[in-house]
Design a protein around this ligand. Sequence first.
Ligand code: FAD
Length: 434
Amino acid sequence: MWIGPRVTNDTVLIAGGGIGGLATALTLHQIGVPCAVFESAREMRPLGVGINLQPNAVRELLDLGITEDDLDRVGLPANEWALVGLNGNDVYSEPRGHLAGYQWPQYAVHRGQFHLLLYRKLAERSGPEAIRLGSRVTGYRKNAPGSVSALIEQADGSTSEATGKLLIGADGIHSSVRAQMHPGQPPIHWGGAVMWRGTSWAKPIRTGASFVGLGTHRQRMVFYPISHPDPETGLSMINWIAEVTMDNNEGWKQSSWFRQVGIEDFVHHFADWVWDWLDVPALIKRADGAFENPMIDRDPVPTWQDGPVALLGDAAHAMYPTGSNGGSQAIVDARVLGAAMVEHGVTPEALAAYDARLCGPVSQLILRNRGAGPFGLLNLVDERCGGTFDNIDEVIPPRERAEFMAAYKVAAGLAIESLNKAPRTIPSGARARR
Ligand SMILES: Cc1cc2nc3c(=O)[nH]c(=O)nc-3n(C[C@H](O)[C@H](O)[C@H](O)COP(=O)(O)OP(=O)(O)OC[C@H]3O[C@@H](n4cnc5c(N)ncnc54)[C@H](O)[C@@H]3O)c2cc1C
């Protein structure tokens, strides 16, 4: 018996109910397009740790009717982004969100809680049957014009098909839809950096809502709070990422890309990272456990579209998290796709317009993040003084630092003036063209 979204020939099928897939479903609901989400997980659980929602994505979330109160329940507005050298001196710092002059805040959120927030919103608006869990999309078949079928494998191993008007592959970095669209794509790319991620309760430092990247380009610790402080204890949930770059000549040796590990497996790399303002080993040891994952991405592809099928989110542009914009870009993708349907209807032409607008520039961003994204400033420090400095102005003058960061913001669609001036991606009340 079919339990799940009602699928008709007019339905847009969405493979994957992650942040990208759910933002797409909420957007299509807003513009009056029926859709159905097929998610391989059997249940929605709050998986993952911290992620940043940049002002361009927060703007889109607010336009989707998700409020700052909603976001304050799963995270907090970020006030500062800072890079600190191993001597404890600032390499660079800048205000973020409203403090930087954006009309919208930046949020640091718990990825799992935020994901569940999107899931609840979609279930409230479209009914819980809008998402079919335990349904893995294994590929697609293009039918006569105006029709595409998603091939689905249920959690019990049985198979079925769903036929609709368009298929959006939002099925993440290991996307089956992308594998069929680009059968010759190279394997996942790993540059040698390994990340251990976790959360610990601790007193937030600096502004109380600061993103701090500490160390060198080959070994660093990134941490930032993802909850408002508890009024009684003053402690916030601190998201941390401990990162070491190693030799990648033989490729990734572990059997999976994402696995739970013990703190003792990696904390020794940071044993002497202790200052009067921060004790890294103590922070790490306060966590219940950690996840190990290599920093991976995929080579860009020339197009995200194959007729009635398009890729979105990590399926389209898995990138290194150095720019903290993978989740944000998935949300922006969903909104640009919605805007294209407002203009061109629920058609392959809409997918072509979406592809033309985003595939080129976002592919450039993938490569820019490989070059360390905004953390590239640490590479410069290393090249010029081996990472040891007394006065950063003598190593990288303030103007050069500011220009470096401004160039990244332009590439990521985060230039303050242009974002503030840009009209809404989807005008209020707009519906997809019939
Ligand atoms: C479990 C998990 C934990 C994460 N934790 C973090 C984190 O802590 N910090 C961080 O910065 N980023 C994290 N990410 C990545 C981050 O969420 C994404 O980079 C970003 O949000 C883009 O989202 P996406 O929806 O495109 O991809 P994803 O978030 O990867 O979502 C893809 C979704 O599709 C589902 N799926 C996969 N294959 C299929 C298929 N064939 N058919 C149907 N469904 C399929 C997956 O179960 C998943 O729900 C995590 C991703 C996942 C899946």
